[in-house]
Design a protein around this ligand. Sequence first.
Ligand SMILES: C[S@@+](CC[C@H](N)C(=O)[O-])C[C@H]1O[C@@H](n2cnc3c(N)ncnc32)[C@H](O)[C@@H]1O
Length: 197
Amino acid sequence: MRTQCFPLFHSPIDLAHNYWKQLLQPGDNVIDATCGNGKDTLFLTELLFTLSDVSTLIAIDIQQQAIEKTRSLLKACDKNIHFYTQSHATFPEVAYTLPIRLIVYNFGYLPQGDKSLTTLTESSLASLKAALALVMPGGCISATCYPGHLEGSREETALLALTQTLDPTHWCITWHTWPNRTLSPSLLLIQKNHLSK
Ligand SMILES: C[S@@+](CC[C@H](N)C(=O)[O-])C[C@H]1O[C@@H](n2cnc3c(N)ncnc32)[C@H](O)[C@@H]1O
């Protein structure tokens, strides 16, 4: 089954990309909190820097190997991209100096990498809490979850439980799943009200 077989989207990644396209505006600032092999980061650079040159993109991954892969994929792009080899449990200081429209997570492990180096429930929860405090009004957090492995399943359950505690006046939350696929990835989207502080 390929993406182009279906009229709207096939995977959580296609769906997430469609939403990012709708959301981003010229001059927006974005965090890719799990840049991995850089595919999402590349997509974000194409969206952001086609709209304007003044955006900032922050790319984070805990593995140096992932940061290097992302850097090399983006090597033709000389725009304002900051790379951080660190856990996303906390965000780098520069993130707190900018209005951040979108924070992206693609949880799990590096494709073709070491599967034991997967995102972990506790640090993912800490990061989501930091992201909720950081994202600007009218902004969004996009999280792709992988419940097909044990830690991914714990992580998805914990993140969903946290989102269920959020005040619906300030947060609009949707969770996309693929019910005819066993243990399929899911996409969690968390929008912050334009009028919230
Ligand atoms: C599924 S991959 C991301 C794929 C990537 N978005 C892409 O388009 O290629 C998940 C990534 O999360 C990273 N990761 C794991 N724990 C992390 C943490 N605590 N903080 C930041 N990144 C982490 C892994 O190193 C891995 O590269």
